[in-house]
Design a protein around this ligand. Sequence first.
Ligand code: NI
Length: 253
Amino acid sequence: MIFDTHAHYDDEQFDEDRKELLSSMHEGGVDTIVNVAADVASWEDIRKLVTEYPFVYGAAGVHPDNVGELNEENFVRLEEILNKEKFVAVGEIGLDYYWDKESHEEQKYWFIRQLDLAEKLDLPVIIHSREAAADTMEIMKNYGQKLSGVIHCYSYSVEQAREYVKMGFYIGIGGVVTFKNAKKLKEVVEEISLENLVLETDCPYLAPVPNRGKRNSSLNLIYVAQEIADIKGISVEEVINKTEENARKLYRL
Ligand code: NI
């Protein structure tokens, strides 16, 4: 069944119908979801989600847009929450030079601190990197050699994807791959072995065609799986089964 490696069901866009929606997942072919943190406030919401839903697991960390929230005090809390049951990764963490909400120095500093924490706790990492390819690669080469994880919402070249795969990372593929203009990402899917790909929504964002622009959910992953199957010339079942197997290895579930 479908494994969503990256979702944000703590987002307020799900406040109205979170329970109904999550209760419909199994019937919709989705059997595991990792809910990823973006800011400090989300940690506690995610802890509640993983307690309430047996098929939901959590990741905790702070997104590069929000690293201004981090300080020594809540960094200690981050370690505490990551030690709780059903927290399976540190994320999402990284660099975002597109929105550029925090200085590059600040982003790099907290990215490295969170990578070090993942190494200390022996947890995989969920990397967010946007328009920061060179700096992300440099930091991963210097601080990520002992780590495993996923490059989420992958948006760079085939060459970089190969390099991350060589380092033991998975490439996260979501709704963008169904967009007509996503030539580069379709090429990545074509060139990188299914062995190294995982499915992700990043919901409520980035819904695939035919639901582009609407609120996204894990139920839409079937369109992403179908697109990968079409690109690779294999069956959608093979994509779903293999990416689930990969996701279980990634998060050690
Ligand atoms: Ni995300």
